[in-house]
Design a protein around this ligand. Sequence first.
Ligand code: PMP
Length: 448
Amino acid sequence: SLEAIGTIRQNNVNPIMKPLYKKPLLLHQGYMQWLFDNDGKRYLDMFGGICTVSVGHCHPKVTDAAFNQWNKLVHTSSLFQHPKLYEYSQKLADKMPGDLKVVYLLNSGSEANDLAILLARLYTGNNEILSLKNCYHGMSYQTMGLTSLANYKYKVVPPPAIHNVMNPDVFRGIWGGSNCRDSLAQTSRHCSCREKECEACDNYIRMLKSEFQSTVGPGKLAGFFAESIQGVGGAVQFPRNYIKEAYKIVKENNGLFISDEVQTGIGRTGDHFWGFESHGILPDIVTMAKGIGNGFPMSAVVTTKEIATTLTTGSHINTFGGNPIASAVGLAVLDIIEEEQLQENSKEVGSFLITELDKMRKRFPNIGDVRGKGLMIGVEMVENDGKMTPMSPTNFDDLLDKCREMGLILGVGGYNRNVIRLKPPMCITKEDASFALEVIEKALKSQL
Ligand code: PMP
């Protein structure tokens, strides 16, 4: 019962675990884009367990792949070989452009980014690592330093030589700096520099260069981490040329560019299989997790042969990484994305959602910004004061609760925790999207 759970929560569950809703939601079952609670009530899942259920809850093909493997062989450790690891590594490598062909299989996004830090430091011989403000790259001791969202920062000494530098956000401007949107605000409520050249956006690059000088300095960079679209940070989409320019700075200083595709990978952004492809760059290292396992804990790092050779000196042991079941699940997920054309579906349903949400933005002053690509969407909620004041937690939670009552689960994110995140399983249909839009509109109307 919910009462029993309340008591166990108080006494036996770590107090950090923070459920989304005040009134607990006890989930018993999932099927594709749907979740079912303890009363059998059905919800459309527009968050996919934090952008993780990529092809659908309990997709029958994933379930079959896992159980078939479970009946044959569950664990080998990295001491022995099994065929699924080879099949999966090859299939994943085939999905990568350029020389990104060496695959490490691990267990979580944090672990993947930890390994990327190690590779970058070993390969370059440098120590300094850069990540952007408002980013999330994990919660292990090293990646805690990469993650810069204040909500996830502890007041202990951070890992050394990791710097969080300015972040471009065309809605809110440079974090802590001058605001791109300010210069456009007179003429347009909504800055459109994500699509167009914007003179003010050059400031972002200028500021990044200056912060690079003051934190790392020439010739000392090991690696630069960026998500293609910031996920936990609230689907923050960069100005058009920003990543390309950042890439140039990294290359001029002999550093490695690491693309964290934990949320943006495997077709979710619609136009491309990997988010970085939309920025026209070829990273040196790509990290991924979440959606590659459709809910099964697994992650991967992909890099070039040349970079991979630097690890041999210390070896790299991982008990569970590349586990037979994980490899079988990963293979099934990649097959399903192809067979069911889920990248194409993400593009189509995502574009529909973004267009319709943007129309809604014009009708509801509480919607400050609509952004994203494919099924990686953010809707930033504000107070109706014309000042972009983040929507109050009371109003925001009320909105989420109302949607839940009407059978819709939404995600949450952003520095101010005022961004609705829509990252559903990629199998959702236009009808599902229309249902989600209807519910959100009803909830907004009830707040007027
Ligand atoms: N990178 C990104 C972009 C993420 O969103 C996350 C998780 N939210 C991570 C890394 C860390 O993944 P994990 O929780 O599996 O360690």
